[in-house]
Design a protein around this ligand. Structure first.
Ligand code: SAM
Length: 203
């Protein structure tokens, strides 16, 4: 999988654009800036936005090419990111050290996603917030109709409201819903899709 992402991010241009995800753009400014963890941050569009909003950003992704692009974007926008390259399986961060986490299209493989969510939860402080958007199981139909909208091929790699409510059962839910939305993010998220959106505060 790392190879796929290095190839995609090695191409010219930004695969999902340079602008942040709309939901992340809407919700992040509602919280007081502090330390934020950006798992699977890819080419850094969301991490860079967080830095522009005054957050101290730690991003990670398995892709070296993603890091190169993210640092390029950060330099363009005159902000800095602490960007770590690695697979979440091999990474450790200090427990309860982040005030927020942005999980934006962090599509982990189906057999690992719950375990990864549990791991990531340990890095957030009590009172910390998660902002999450990713494709829902219903999205498969949209992807078949329009492959340009992107997203995983396997139902197991997609999310349901119930899975998120269970994985983050120790959170107060500020918002949790499935929505059909129109995406216009770079070259790989174009068209109508179905997503789960979640904002939660750790108890
Ligand atoms: C659809 S892209 C989203 C990138 C970025 N969050 C965005 O919205 O622009 C999914 C990203 O997840 C990363 N990823 C998937 N599994 C990972 C893992 N186990 N460890 C680190 N990165 C992972 C991939 O390398 C890829 O960059």
């Amino acid at each position: 999988m790392k190879q796929k992402w290095d190839e995609r991010y090695g191409e010219e241009g930004f695969a999902y654009g340079k602008e942040p995800n709309e939901f992340f753009r809407e919700w992040l400014p509602k919280f007081t800036p502090g330390a934020i963890l950006m798992p699977a941050d890819g080419e850094g569009r969301n991490g860079v936005f967080a830095a522009q909003q005054g957050w101290q950003v730690t991003s990670f992704d398995q892709s070296d090419a993603g890091k190169t692009k993210a640092l390029q974007l950060a330099a363009e926008r005159q902000v800095s990111l602490n960007y770590i390259v690695g697979n979440l399986e091999d990474l450790q961060f200090e427990k309860a050290s982040f005030d927020a986490m942005g999980l934006i299209y962090a599509h982990f493989s189906g057999d690992k996603k719950t375990q990864f969510h549990q791991q990531l939860d340990t890095y957030l402080k009590p009172g910390g917030v998660i902002i999450f958007e990713a494709f829902s199981k219903k999205h498969l139909g949209f992807k078949v109709a329009n492959p340009a909208v992107g997203g995983p091929q396997q139902s197991d790699d997609l999310y349901s409201i119930e899975e998120i409510a269970t994985d983050f059962g120790n959170y107060d839910i500020l918002l949790l819903q499935e929505e059909e939305i129109l995406l216009n993010e770079g070259r790989f998220h174009i068209g109508k899709g179905a997503v789960v959106r979640f904002v939660g505060r750790k108890k």
